[in-house]
Design a protein around this ligand. Structure first.
Ligand SMILES: [Zn+2]
Ligand SMILES: [Zn+2]
Length: 412
């Protein structure tokens, strides 16, 4: 697996260094996370042991469905649609189901706060202000501290510099987000604690049943939390392909967060895309994308955003060049750099050229022309598109061939 090649230098050595840099403990969040984890750990075996006959299946189902709804709402709604604006319009039913219910079950703060933190997390890719990344997996000089911090410890602290987060929070000011934020606490208590207790009591007629389903609910949100948190920890620390602009990686295998975990490098390199993952591997491994496409097909979200083919090519080329530069001895790199840059430009131009044909095809298809005329124009365009497609592929191949040639010569 690749290790980061151009990650920023560590800022801190030990966790306690944070205290001398303005961080203070957020006792409310720290106590809540610690106590719910402790309850989950101790009460789950007891609840399954004392559960009314056959009730364990309902408890398990409740936990799994709770976790699934929480995860999906975080990935589809709070992350892609809200934090990144992956769709131009989002209808109220989507806000209600995913925001007022699903994201509350995920137990990760209001949508507005979640999105603000996430905007800052991505913002450091361009600003280079890595000390502001709330979920940084590069702050510390040791891997286990980076993992602990990015995964969970970050929530145990008040961070000193909140200007960027406050700005992002203020910017997410649409009515559904403002109301979800205002109602967050009662919704949280109602959906995560009261609802399972009432349902448990109604099904079993016993306080034991109510408490058992409460424990199942706590298990549900803890599963949702850890699943989402792995995106900040695991996918920023381990993977096969490193992003061009961030420490995020594509690992292609971690499916827990429903499409957010396997192509995180692609996501950081073009965050506004409703998809996570370029190319065919993205299509195969992105359940959250299928949900967004379904919402789009139903007219519940409109105007999906995505990287153009040229933008994708630019990102892939940039990554390849970064990787090649790190692995190549300086004199050889100096000799090859200009040639590789020229080949990259030719590939990008050819890609853009092909995209203009594709745009023209879409334009023709949307025209209200007689059937025969429409067919004639599309046939005419088809031949030109094929030529452009071949040129694009040839330029891409030429770029990759040059990279391989340079590397092969190095090891010859
Ligand atoms: Zn990330
Ligand atoms: Zn993101």
């Amino acid at each position: 697996m690749t290790r980061p090649q151009n990650d920023p230098a560590p800022i801190y050595h030990r966790i306690r260094d944070l205290f001398s840099n303005g961080f203070t403990i957020d006792w409310v969040t720290a106590s809540f996370i610690s106590s719910t984890h402790l309850i989950c750990l101790l009460a789950t075996p007891v609840a399954y042991y004392y559960a009314p006959a056959g009730f364990w299946q309902i408890m398990l189902g409740w936990t799994l469905i709770h976790a699934l709804i929480g995860c999906l709402s975080t990935t589809v709604y709070s992350h892609r649609l809200i934090a990144h604006g992956a769709a131009k319009t989002i209808s109220w039913p989507v806000h209600i189901v995913f925001g007022f219910i699903g994201q509350v079950l995920a137990m990760q703060g209001s949508v507005r706060r979640w999105a603000a933190m996430h905007v800052v997390h991505h913002g450091v890719d361009r600003s280079g202000k890595h000390h502001l990344d709330p979920y940084s997996a590069t702050w510390f000089s040791s891997g286990w501290r980076n993992f602990l911090w990015s995964h969970v410890l970050t929530y145990f602290f008040h961070h000193p510099d909140t200007e960027a987060k406050d700005k992002a929070y203020d910017a997410k000011n649409s009515a559904p987000l403002v109301w979800q934020d205002k109602l967050y606490l009662p919704l949280l208590i109602g959906l995560n604690f009261l609802l399972p207790m009432v349902v448990g009591y109604l099904i079993t007629g016993t306080i034991t049943g109510a408490l058992c389903l409460l424990v199942a609910s706590i298990g549900g949100f803890i599963l949702a939390q850890h699943n989402t948190w792995t995106v900040n920890s695991v996918t920023h620390m381990w993977g096969f392909t490193k992003g061009a602009f961030s420490s995020a990686k594509n690992n292609y295998i971690w499916m827990g967060p429903l499409g957010e975990g396997n192509h995180h490098a692609d996501h950081h390199d073009y965050g506004r895309d409703y998809r996570n993952g370029f190319g065919w591997s993205g299509w195969l491994l992105d359940p959250s994308r299928y949900v967004i496409l379904l919402l789009n097909a139903l007219g519940l979200v409109k105007g999906l955003q995505r990287a153009s083919k040229r933008q994708e090519a630019e990102i892939i080329a940039r990554r390849k060049l970064l990787e090649a530069r790190v692995e190549t001895l300086r004199p050889r790199w100096d000799k090859w750099e200009a040639k590789l840059e020229a080949l990259k430009s030719e590939w990008l131009e050819a890609t853009q050229h092909w995209e203009t044909f594709r745009a023209r095809k879409i334009q023709i298809q949307s025209m209200s022309l007689p059937q025969l005329e429409l067919k004639r124009r599309l046939e005419q365009l088809k031949a030109e598109m094929e030529v452009a497609r071949r040129a694009m592929r040839a330029r891409k191949q030429a770029f990759f061939d040059a990279i391989y040639e340079m590397r092969a010569m190095q090891y010859a």
